[in-house]
Design a protein around this ligand. Sequence first.
Ligand code: HEM
Length: 417
Amino acid sequence: MSEQSTVDQTLPEGIELTPLSDGFRQDPYGILRRIQQQTSVHEDRQLKRFIYTHHDHVKDILRDKDFWSDPRKGNPGTFMREILGSNSRADEEPSMLLMDEPGHRRLRSLVSASFTPATVERWRERTRQVVERVLDGIQTTEFNLISDFAGPVPTVVIAELLGIDPAKHDQFKTWSDESVKTAFNPFATEAQKAAGNAASAALEGFIASEIKTRRQHLGQDLISDMIRAEDNGERLTEQEMIRQTNLLLVAGNVTTTDLIGNGIKALIDHPQQLAKLRADPSLIKNAVEEMLRYDSPVVNSGRIANRDINIGGCPVAKGESLNTSLAAANRDPAVYPDPDKFDIERLDTHHQSFGGGRHLCLGAHLARLEAQEAILGLLRRYPNLRVSARGHTYHAIPSFRGMSELWLDSTPDTGGA
Ligand code: HEM
């Protein structure tokens, strides 16, 4: 692997490196491998970001405590700055994901108790019940795994976690799906931005009324926990609670749907692995880690250089965007033997799919638990599963990788796995 850091004219840039391009949507891994092999740092001049594909660089950047995440600190026109620009309500304080210390630590510590492994584990039984309920709703032998199963499960789980009335779950899902489409999309059209903002505003209004109700009757749910939460005597303001709740939906729904969808697809594409998991369901925890490594729902994350730096032999100035390719890092041959092989018994499943350092995914344990229960529940319910003639379609949401459609046929005796 050559360690050059100069701009290679032949490497793709801009939209070609996002799921908005058909080539990248179908197979990001071939493109990312080319970049990884040809250069240590790829300067994407169109989107004004430096792309890091090597595992050690990605890991170090995400864990650097001094790099910034607040887009307002980025140099004008750079990728991270534009992410904020894609939100027309840019005058607002960003959410925890795009916040620096000390504000980030304060907000995170106020909600983190609800997401520890021990607290999340208490949700396992309820998650299992949600999975069974959603499966009961599938009435046809051929179904779209994404809209009929992988989409509803995380939305219903988070809605239950927030204590939302089941009658409102559908509306809640529509708003959160709409707002995520523009949340991290620097290419959103004016119409998309308007639709996204309208959905976010509706969602925020809804959350505000839920907070009001909860203030009168505190319950065993996340909104009540946030009202109760105290950190050095400090409470979350109503605006902060609304923004945190919104972030949980935006950060947690599409990603977990994509993990379940990508994971099931990987299993069906690898019948021996599927058979192994069916024979020994205790492999599920490792299988989900391998799914996260093999086909990460979040393709890239990022930071802003808080100083002039030189990583991988490439000087980068303060204020520039450092774009970490989680998808490339997870398949770096320098770290993973046979990186393109999907192996649910792989020992080296450690991955970068939840990011790292201060901003390490807060919902990682919940996402894992949901995926474990959803995948096992689906396999228990359907002894035969194969992709039907209607096939699959990848969605085109920048920074995310997943499908809008994955049609499965569950009829027996079709030669399926
Ligand atoms: C498979 C599913 C998921 C994936 C792949 C994923 C991935 C990520 C990634 C890559 C980050 C940025 C980390 C960084 O830049 O270092 C992140 C942050 C975050 N995620 Fe997740 N996520 C998932 C599910 C969830 C769920 C279910 C929730 C909550 C219900 C959640 C809540 C958050 C929050 C609040 C942050 C911001 C944390 C911070 O800034 O301190 N995520 N996630």
